[in-house]
Ligand binder design. Structure first.
Ligand code: S3P
Length: 449
């Protein structure tokens, strides 16, 4: 049977965007909440978990390795953990879908247990590099059989006891850092990760919250040394997951570029290792207010009030890149409508995300009339100064949720709507995206190509 054709998406803004919305729970925190709860002894409760496909892939994998995970009628999740060292041999391959975070973090967990697991995923995930975690995890004694190029499908044969390692990250990657730390949980002795460029620190925060012995030392040059004492005993927790700042970037930019808009996005996580997009948008002249600043689940949170603004082009400093690594597709859209030139470089990692986000965004932006030059490590964009883009084109999303949402938002500032060729990937991180945009006043058309 041939699969049904992909469902397309077109958004338009017949009037200014207005209203108050929330975005789903943070994807990074949701993955970690499930994994650490599944390794605690006893019952943890998680509120605000992102119920997107990526996180559900993590839940399914933790169930397959022995944890009991249930969603209550009130929307909260309960997890009965197996204890560190207690993961069971999964009966079949672990299907990671589109999720790089699930894959890399779980490879770390499995590697220090006496079990084997096969990881499979969709066409996008099967192109992504896994050598970056295979390399450090092999040093612990675990064994890996990967497809050519260090890709999925791959098999991990874990080892117990594993050897503790000290690993200096060659790329700024929270996934690699977390894979090594999670392997260290069931490893005797101290596992160390040296991080020359800080990346999101949710693993460190949450490991500490669950009672693991973990220290973080920041050196004069900004290098962080994270030391985790293994054979940890994790205590069950009550976790409240804040709204995802990466998801909030889409309505935020939508409100900035649709004239006359004013919206509030409530309960957005603003961990400094994640908030780079908002700093850059404000530096571009974006009117974004942080209201009701507070702490939720150990993470800084605020309500964002965003008003339509005349944006100016910007040059992004390389040091801010890790704190907004997932936000460049939507920042490119803002730059395409700003006054003047934006220089966005040092973005090599974008080439190995769910798609090659430099090439795919360059192609899509050009197709809708933006002036874009693609360089090896980024894009140089000459903005319209607020004039609408031509639009009218069909853009290819390449199984990448953030590409799909970025062009759905760009469509709001085009003379002719943009057709996103496949809306399905949006469900990996933001299943309620289209409904939320409708709440703000956007109109949507479905169709098939
Ligand atoms: C993530 C880390 C980032 C990010 C991904 C989620 C995480 O990847 O792109 O969406 O939860 O640790 P890298 O660490 O590979 O940059």
């Amino acid at each position: 049977m041939t699969p049904p054709p992909p469902q397309t998406l077109r958004l338009t803004a017949p009037r200014p965007l207005a209203g108050r919305v929330t975005v789903p729970g943070d994807k990074s925190i949701s993955h970690r909440a499930l994994m650490l709860s599944a390794l605690a002894v006893g019952t943890s409760r998680v509120e605000g978990l992102l119920e997107g496909e990526d996180v559900l892939a993590t839940a399914a994998a933790m169930r397959a390795m022995g944890a009991t995970i249930m969603r209550g009628d009130d929307g909260a999740w309960t997890i009965d953990g197996v204890g560190v060292g207690g993961l069971l041999q999964p009966a079949s391959a672990l299907d990671m879908g589109n999720s790089g975070t699930s894959t890399r973090l779980l490879m770390g967990l499995v590697s220090s247990h006496a079990i084997s697991a096969t990881f499979i995923g969709d066409a996008s995930l099967s192109k992504r590099p896994m050598a970056r975690v295979i390399e450090p995890l092999s040093r612990t004694g675990a064994e890996f059989t990967a497809s050519p190029g260090g890709r999925l499908p791959l098999m991990v044969r874990g080892i117990c006891p594993a050897v503790p390692i000290e690993y200096r990250l060659p790329v700024a990657s929270a996934q690699v850092k977390s894979a090594v730390l999670l392997a260290g949980l069931n490893t005797p002795g101290i596992t160390r990760v040296v991080e020359p460029v800080p990346t999101r620190d949710h693993s460190e925060r949450m490991l500490r919250g669950f009672g693991a012995e973990i220290s973080v030392e920041t050196q004069a040059d900004g290098t962080r040394i994270i030391a985790l004492t293994g054979e940890a005993e994790l205590r069950p927790q009550q976790i409240v997951v804040p709204g995802d700042p990466s998801s909030a970037g889409f309505p935020a930019v939508a409100a900035l570029i649709v004239p006359g808009s004013e919206i509030v996005i409530a309960n957005v996580g603003l961990n400094p290792t994640r908030a780079g997009l908002y700093e850059m948008l404000r530096a571009m002249g974006g009117d974004i207010g942080f209201e009701n600043e507070r702490t939720v689940g150990g993470e800084p949170v605020a309500d964002l009030r965003v008003k339509a603004s005349a944006l100016r082009g910007i040059e992004v400093p390389p040091s801010i890149v890790p704190s907004m690594v997932d936000e460049f597709p939507i920042l490119f859209v803002a730059c395409a409508l700003a006054q003047g030139r934006s220089v966005l470089r040092g973005l090599d990692e974008l080439r190995v995300k769910e798609s090659d986000r430099i090439a795919v965004m360059a192609a899509g932006l050009r197709a809708i009339g933006a002036t874009v030059e693609e360089v090896e490590d980024g894009l140089i964009i000459d903005g319209t100064g607020g004039d609408p883009l031509a639009g009218g084109a069909v853009v290819a999303t390449h199984l990448d949720h953030r590409i799909a949402m970025s062009f759905a938002v760009a469509s709001l500032a085009c003379r002719m709507p943009v057709t996103v060729d496949d809306r399905a990937p949006i469900a990996t991180s933001f299943p309620s995206f289209v409904a939320m945009m409708a709440t703000l006043g956007a109109e949507q058309w479905e169709g098939n190509l």
